[in-house]
Design a binder for this molecule. Structure first.
Ligand code: DAH
Length: 337
C-alpha cells in the first residue's frame, strides 16, 4: 500500500495544470466522493494496526499535497482571469440613451409647422362610435363610401369601432368648440388591411381643420403650400387633383413633385414624378350642421394625411413595416434627430 501511495504522491507533485478545468478534474480525481483518497481511506480499514499507522500518515501526507497543489494553482488561475477580463482602472462607459421613434419625430415636426400659423392640437379616442367616425361626416349607414375604409368593429357593441381616420376628431372638436377653429389632430388609426410594405392594419394620421367666416379654397391651397414648403423645402411644387370625400365638397388630393431630383426609385411615383401626400377639401355644409355650426355663416377646410407616408418620403424608408417592428438597429439611426 505504501508503495502505491508513494507513486501517487509523485504523480501529485508532478502535476501541473494548464487550465482551471484541468485543475478541477484533478480535484475530483483525488478528493471527489468516489475519489482516490476516499478509496485509500476505506482500504485502510482492513489493514493491520501497524500498517494502519504508517499508511494513515502517508495517506494524510498525500491528501495535504493534493490540497496544496489545488490551492496554489487556484490562485494563479484566478489572478489570470482578473488580469485579462477586469480592468478596474477603465473609465465607466457612457449610458446609451434611447431615441425618438421616427413617427414621433415627423408628427412633432408637422405639429410644429401648423402651430406656427396658429393651429392648436386636439385629440380623440381610438375606440370611436359610428356617429363620430362616419355618420356625422356625411357617411350615413349603408353609404357605399364607407367601403373606402375597411373597418374593425367591436363585436360586443356594433356601434363601436376602431377609428379608421382622425377625421372623427374634427367632429368631436366642432361639437365642443365654436368657430373660429384652427386645430390639428394627430393620432393612430386602424383599418382591416393586409400587412405589406405599403399598407398596415394600424398607422398614424394628422387631421387639420379650419373654420371661420369667409374661408375659401384659396386659403386651403395657401395653407397646404406653406406646409409642403416647410416640410420638404422652399422649392417644393404641389398640385391639386379633384377627388371625392363624403365630408368635403369640393374635395382634392394633393401631390408634391418628387421627380428627378429626389427620386431614386421610379416605382415611388410610378414614373410620373408626382406623389400623393394628403386629402383635403372644403368642409361639407352637412358636416357643419351635424355639429351645430351655421353653414350659412361659417365655412372651412379640412385635410388629412398619413404620417408614415411623410416619414417614408423624408427618411427614404421603403418598407412601412419597419415603423412597427421596433428593431433597435432601425431605430438607432434616428438617434441624432
Ligand atoms: N379621412 C381621409 C382618409 O383617411 C383623409 C381626409 C381627406 C381627411 C379629406 C380630410 C379631408 O379632412 O378633407 O382617407
Amino acid at each position: 500500500m505504501l508503495t502505491q501511495i508513494d507513486k501517487l504522491l509523485k504523480e501529485v507533485n508532478g502535476f501541473s495544470p494548464d487550465s482551471k478545468e484541468e485543475l478541477e478534474a484533478f480535484r475530483l480525481k483525488y478528493l471527489g466522493k468516489k475519489g482516490v483518497l476516499g478509496g485509500l481511506f476505506s482500504d485502510l480499514k482492513g489493514a493491520t494496526p501497524q500498517d494502519k499507522k504508517s499508511a494513515g500518515l502517508a495517506i494524510n501526507n498525500l491528501k495535504n499535497a493534493v490540497q496544496e497543489k489545488i490551492n496554489s494553482h487556484k490562485n494563479t488561475f484566478d489572478k489570470v482571469i482578473k488580469k485579462s477580463n477586469i480592468d478596474t482602472s477603465k473609465p465607466v462607459g457612457l449610458n446609451s440613451f434611447g431615441s425618438r421613434h421616427p413617427i414621433s419625430l415627423i408628427k412633432n415636426q408637422i405639429v410644429g409647422v401648423f402651430k406656427k400659423i396658429g393651429f392648436g392640437v386636439s385629440e380623440g379616442p381610438e375606440i370611436e362610435d359610428d356617429w363620430h367616425n362616419f355618420s356625422a361626416l356625411n357617411l350615413p349607414k349603408e353609404h357605399p363610401a364607407r367601403d373606402m375604409q375597411d373597418t374593425f368593429f367591436i363585436q360586443a357593441n356594433p356601434d363601436l369601432l376602431l377609428r379608421t381616420h382622425t377625421s372623427s376628431v374634427q367632429v368631436r372638436h366642432m361639437e365642443s368648440v365654436r368657430p373660429p377653429i384652427r386645430t390639428i389632430s394627430p393620432g393612430r388609426v386602424y383599418r382591416n388591411e393586409a400587412v405589406s410594405a405599403r399598407a398596415h392594419c394600424l398607422f398614424h394620421q394628422i387631421e387639420g381643420l379650419y373654420i371661420d367666416e369667409h374661408v375659401s379654397f384659396a386659403d386651403l391651397k395657401q395653407t397646404i403650400m406653406y406646409f409642403a414648403k416647410e416640410m420638404f423645402g422652399e422649392e417644393t411644387k404641389i398640385r391639386l387633383r379633384p377627388s371625392f370625400f363624403p365630408f368635403t365638397e369640393p374635395s382634392a388630393e394633393v401631390d408634391i413633385y418628387w421627380g428627378s431630383k429626389n427620386e431614386s426609385d421610379y416605382r415611388i411615383t410610378k414614373g410620373t414624378g408626382w406623389l400623393e401626400i394628403l386629402g383635403c377639401g372644403m368642409v361639407d355644409p352637412n358636416v357643419l350642421e351635424n355639429c351645430n355650426i351655421d353653414s350659412k355663416k361659417h365655412s372651412g377646410f379640412a385635410f388629412g394625411m398619413g404620417i408614415e407616408r411623410i416619414a417614408m418620403l423624408k427618411y427614404g424608408v421603403t418598407d412601412l413595416r419597419l415603423f412597427f417592428e421596433n428593431d433597435v438597429r432601425f431605430l438607432k439611426q434616428f438617434s441624432s434627430l
